[in-house]
Design a protein around this ligand. Sequence first.
Ligand SMILES: Nc1nc2c(ncn2[C@@H]2O[C@H](COP(=O)(O)OP(=O)(O)OP(=O)(O)O)[C@@H](O)[C@H]2O)c(=O)[nH]1
Length: 600
Amino acid sequence: MDPNHIRNFAIIAHIDHGKSTLSDRLLELTGSLTSREMQAQVLDAMDLERERGITIKAHTVRMMYKAEDGQTYQLNLIDTPGHVDFSYEVSRSLASCEGALLVVDASQGVEAQTLANAYLAISHGLEIIPIINKIDLPSADIERTKEMIEKSVGLPASDAIPVSAKTGQNVEQILEAVVHLLPPPKGDPEAPLQALIFDSWFDPYRGVIVLARVVSGTLRKGMKIKVMSNGKVFDIESMGVMTPKPVELTELSAGEVGFFVATIKNVADTKVGDTITDAERPCAEPLPGFEDIKSMVFAGLYTVDSHEHALLRDALEKLRLNDSSFTFEPESSVALGFGFRCGFLGLLHLEIIQERLEREYNLDLITTAPGVRYKITLTDGKVVEVDNPSRWPDPSEIEQIEEPVITAKILTNEEYVGGILKLVEDKRGRQQNFEYVSETRVMLTYELPLNEIVLDFYDRLKSVSRGYASLDYHLAGTWVSPMVKMDILVSGEPVDALSIIVHRDFAYERGKALVSKMRELIPRQMFEVAIQAAIGSKIVARETVTAMRKNVIAKCYGGDISRKRKLLEKQKEGKKRMKRIGKVDIPQEAFLAVLKVGEE
Ligand SMILES: Nc1nc2c(ncn2[C@@H]2O[C@H](COP(=O)(O)OP(=O)(O)OP(=O)(O)O)[C@@H](O)[C@H]2O)c(=O)[nH]1
């Protein structure tokens, strides 16, 4: 297709501002099936089952639109993941576009992710069309939202399009704006092939499926392609676009986006951000910006039942086929037995993987407290990276410890600033900026140690702001900090899986809070259980779980049988997630007590 008739764009928005609803509306207007219709159809037609892997993730859609100028345009809507954990993927999706629709909820206004995504789009040189959504709501304030876009994002908003994705009001104006305001792609279809991978996943029926933007040259069926970062060569077996129904094509030329299936067995061979070229006529340079993204958050995963260890390994291997951004390696714990040390992009990523293991693979898991990776210089000059407290070097051998630090942007209403400032100070934050982005909204910029964020930051931010704060962050560097390893002793025995790394000046406080939380979480046993927090041989806090006196059932005085049963069931359920350590049963929550310390 003539590149002048192609437009590639993304929709960027804060969560819940209406991205999916608006996409569906655009699909409807251009006569494509909506993704919901598509899914219903897929379920109806069993012979389409093979294509399911594609359709479910088919968020990159080609639409054909006949504009008011009488011309037909090819509009490629490229989906971007919505969460900060996946910001690298967002950046690669944006790199595949020339423009973006910035959707802002007219009743909520600009939020932290609106800003973060808008800045990212601006830094990629994209043309941005502001869209003010949900104007059907009584609380919608179009003028105020425009002001916020101008003031905080710094984009002219007088021409922002007010729409309701729900009722469809004004949505067709967006299509005209896409055609007239966004630039067409550039690129020579005759040049050597350069295509950017912006998503890839494993489909059980078809193998690895890659979404790519052809930047220059032409990608053809049957072609031998080379992945630039690793030099691997594959044959393209099939290719096409989603409309959102997959439609097979024989070529994609400069400016176009689409999917291809090649003889690729492992998603790790086609990482997001990598460049594909023609193996026989390679391009000189890969596209800029490829990064092998590293895990930032680490935790141990163990099965409650040690016989399920092999199942966990198989499940992790399967998940890894589809997600090259998480890592795992075997580790063992005196307390928990054999497990895996896993690395994730962030906390949400950890939660997603954990939930899939439990739901899809039916595993009962114990997760240890998440932590970060420290760079430690030893007294003999060696530098080691440690993400597992059990590998923490002896303090006498440590010269210097560097911890990862993020820049966090928190957007909130004025009245919650006090509470948030206290929270970030508690979390060792250092203020970078304090700025009013409208009369009542404040943007705080802080440097914070990542280790404090992975503990309980989100939940506490939510509670001090009653949900009226949004957070966005990116890795900013490291601080040299006096970190120490804190051990937890249960009945005098250190439980290795409970050890955490904390800042020395906060260790006493943290230890006290932690053992007191553990006391609540560890059920009474037939004997007294001491819980202690220690740094080296120094005990910094102690609590005692007193011995059980009576049978639980004795608590149900009246003898109401249904209550009794409920209590027993509850106990049984609690048991499932217990791990017996020495003589003491420790529930799953206790391993994560450090996450719950801030809770009331
Ligand atoms: N009243 C009203 N509600 C809307 C409108 N657009 C979307 N919504 C509602 O807002 C909620 C969020 O919309 P989604 O389209 O799921 O938002 P999203 O940004 O895709 O959300 P995530 O995928 O979770 O990031 C849904 O309940 C929608 O029905 C609108 O124009 N008016």
